[in-house]
Design a protein around this ligand. Structure first.
Ligand code: MG
Length: 183
């Protein structure tokens, strides 16, 4: 008997029976969802910290960054679902509440981005070793994205270093960062 076409191609493999997808890669990607959410959480805390110091523009920039990190987390989450995997969300640590000056904030943000990049590269290497080409392709978007993220945070650090204690330059930068548009 011919199978009805409506029955084909619509089902997603619900659970992840042994062997369908690599457990180590799945665990690493689940962990990455947590790391991206931690980044979002940290950016939100940074935004609040900057707003408290009346740096409205930097606060706005960081709030948008929090949304971007949240979107990254969802992208990893959705990938696990698409692979018929099992989403297992890790605990998320509380971010610090005090980050210092705007320069300190962006230096912390840059360090966090570098950490995220290193983790993405580690999963990429794992996917390559295990010949998981789909995961490699999925991660390529993130590899490119991290170059942009590090560049943006690094540029902010350099500009803030140059501003030093010059209040007028700092306020000009704050105004400039306030012009960041959402994605
Ligand atoms: Mg991210």
């Amino acid at each position: 008997m011919r199978q009805s076409p409506t029955c084909r191609g619509f089902g997603r493999i619900k659970s992840n029976p042994e062997g369908l997808w690599d457990a180590q890669i799945q665990a690493a990607i689940n962990k990455q969802v947590g790391l991206e959410l931690y980044s979002a959480y940290t950016c939100l805390a940074m935004s609040a910290h900057l707003a408290e110091q009346n740096f409205e523009g930097f606060a706005h920039w960081m709030r948008l960054q929090a949304q971007e990190e949240l979107a990254h987390a969802m992208r990893f989450h959705d990938y696990v679902v698409e692979r018929g995997g099992h989403v297992q969300l890790p605990a998320i640590d509380a971010p610090p509440a005090d980050f210092g000056s705007p320069l300190d904030v962006f230096e912390s943000a840059l360090a966090q981005e570098k950490h995220v990049t290193a983790e993405i590269h580690a999963i990429y290497g794992m996917a390559r070793d295990k010949k998981d080409y789909a995961t490699e392709l999925h991660l390529q978007w993130f590899v490119t994205e991290q170059v942009e993220e590090e560049n943006a945070a690094g540029l902010a650090v350099e500009q803030l270093k140059r501003a030093g204690s010059d209040t007028s330059v700092l306020l000009m930068l704050d105004h400039q960062f306030g012009g960041r548009a959402g994605e």
